[in-house]
Design a protein around this ligand. Structure first.
Ligand code: ATP
Ligand code: MG
Length: 464
């Protein structure tokens, strides 16, 4: 089932060299997986993965003999990585996977001689194509058709494939989200049925896939179309599902509202929302189920939910082994998503101060993101709340003006240093110096004093 492929399939020279060396030594080799998928969609640039009839030792020998550097990156599974012009090429022996007893790791792999067998062990049809610059496309599972149709379809029996490796359940959602594809109906049925087996997958693997889903910009889609999978991967999302708000400001339950906010942050940022903003959209109301109370008029309230939500968001993300430089801004965005902002320079400086301790250096960018989160929140409630989104436009204009002025919201931006304060106030090093600096900062942020050395030192003396 070899067919011709479009002209635009242009393999980078360094990867072509790998194929030439392997085939020159009498082995067979193909490009597989993500590079083929993305090149067929007219999106080259993906890392090149090669699959070959050579055993890894043979691959290593013939590439090394040709002067190419080879690292033994996964020899247990038949993988080595060649590095050419500083670019890695992963090369794996044709293999099939043995029995799976833990829904995740094959008990053993078996090397085989036919590339078709290797393609058959792959997860989705669009990932199970091999391509060679001379021989064209090998596509036994009609991956190219599925690319055209825009569907994610498991290779062979979806239930079996998800039972072998439960991580594929989340991979399906990630690929569908990333490419804007639908999940084919049998594959979808199996996803729903086997979603509970996600519990057997290590949290950091779930974290990596969830991060991919969130960064795809289509986590709102994933929430609405794949709720069983999403709520199994992050059980706290399940607590939001169907949770009624009993509020005139809301027309959706907490979960559906969240899906709308996830879509809106993308729309407000031209499809380029920063990862921390997308995560914050997903988790901004995660504190609601735990803080719900109903008053005597039957109206719901969620007092303190941003603070509780920030703690939950932090623990979810840490549990998923996501990096601290993502967890911290998300926690702060969740924490302050209901913080009241005004179209005043003072309010903008005060808001930037909120991010200083956790995310120094990123304050202005995070306040822009906070405003986008607030806008998105507003347009995802009831029509009565929409007007607030317009008020935020004015706030954003003031923020832009404030940022252009070179605002002060951190003690290090004050026109005086700790040493200046100590000299002027006759203080010795100690916590009092920090307190005075903090007092000066508050005064500058509030507009009570200019950021000018003389004015600041005069105030410092009175504070000390
Ligand atoms: P990405 O752009 O996310 O890296 P990719 O297609 O390169 O996409 P990888 O996880 O790097 O995905 O894996 C490379 C290839 O290996 C896949 O295209 C697929 O053919 C196969 N593969 C990876 N993980 C699995 C799995 N869990 N089950 C079956 N096949 C898999
Ligand atoms: Mg890859």
């Amino acid at each position: 089932m070899v067919s011709t492929t479009p002209d635009r399939m242009e393999l980078p020279a360094y990867a072509r060299r790998v194929l030439e060396v392997l085939e020159g030594a009498g082995y067979e080799a193909w490009v597989v997986g993500g590079w083929v998928r993305d090149a067929l969609r007219g999106m080259p640039g993906h890392d090149v993965d090669v699959t070959t009839s050579a055993l890894w030792q043979q691959t290593e020998k013939c590439l090394t003999d040709a002067g190419i550097t080879v690292h033994e990156t996964g020899t247990k599974h038949g993988t080595v990585t060649a590095v050419l012009d500083g670019k890695p090429v992963e090369i794996t022996t044709y293999r099939v996977e043995g029995k799976y007893t833990d829904h995740r790791h094959p008990d053993q792999v078996r090397f085989v001689t036919d590339v078709r067998q290797d393609l058959a062990r792959r997860d989705f049809t669009v990932n199970a194509m091999a391509w060679h610059p001379d021989r064209g496309l090998m596509d036994p599972f009609c991956g190219r058709r599925d690319l055209r149709l825009g569907v994610i379809r498991a290779v062979r029996d979806p239930r079996e494939r998800f039972q072998e490796d439960a991580l594929r359940i989340l991979r399906a959602v990630r690929f569908a989200a990333r490419m804007g594809f639908a999940v084919e109906s049998h594959t979808q049925e199996a996803l729903v049925q086997l979603a509970p087996t996600l519990d057997t997958v290590a949290r950091e693997r779930i974290g990596a896939e969830m991060d991919g889903i969130v960064r795809s910009g289509r986590v709102g889609w994933a929430l609405m179309e794949e709720p069983e999978v999403m709520c199994r991967a992050i059980p706290q999302l399940g607590a939001m599902r169907g949770f009624q708000q009993h509020s005139p400001y809301h027309v959706y339950d907490v979960y559906e509202h969240t899906a709308h906010v996830c879509r809106a942050v993308q729309a407000f940022s031209g499809g380029l929302a920063a990862p921390e903003l997308q995560w914050a959209a997903l988790l901004h109301d995660v504190g609601k189920p735990d803080t719900f109370v109903m008053d005597e008029h039957g109206q719901g309230h969620f007092y303190g939910h941003p603070k509780v939500g920030a703690q939950i968001a932090r623990s979810i993300m840490r549990g998923l082994s996501l990096p601290q430089d993502l967890v911290e801004p998300v926690t702060l965005l969740v924490r302050y998503h209901d913080h009241v902002v005004w179209p005043t320079h003072r309010s903008m400086r005060r808001t930037m101060m909120k991010f200083t301790r956790g995310c120094p250096g990123r304050e202005p960018a995070l306040v822009y993101e906070l405003l986008d989160l607030k806008r998105s929140d507003a347009v995802s409630k009831a029509p009565a709340a929409f007007a607030f989104a317009h008020q935020l436009d004015e706030v954003a204009r003031v923020l832009a003006d404030e940022v252009a002025r070179g605002p002060v919201f951190r003690t290090s931006q004050l026109a005086v240093s700790g040493a200046d304060v100590m000299a002027a106030c006759d203080l010795r090093p100690g916590p009092q110096v920090g307190q005075v600096l903090q007092g000066l900062l508050t005064a500058v942020v509030d507009g009570d004093v200019a950021n000018d050395p003389q004015a600041l030192l005069a105030l410092a003396r009175s504070l000390a």
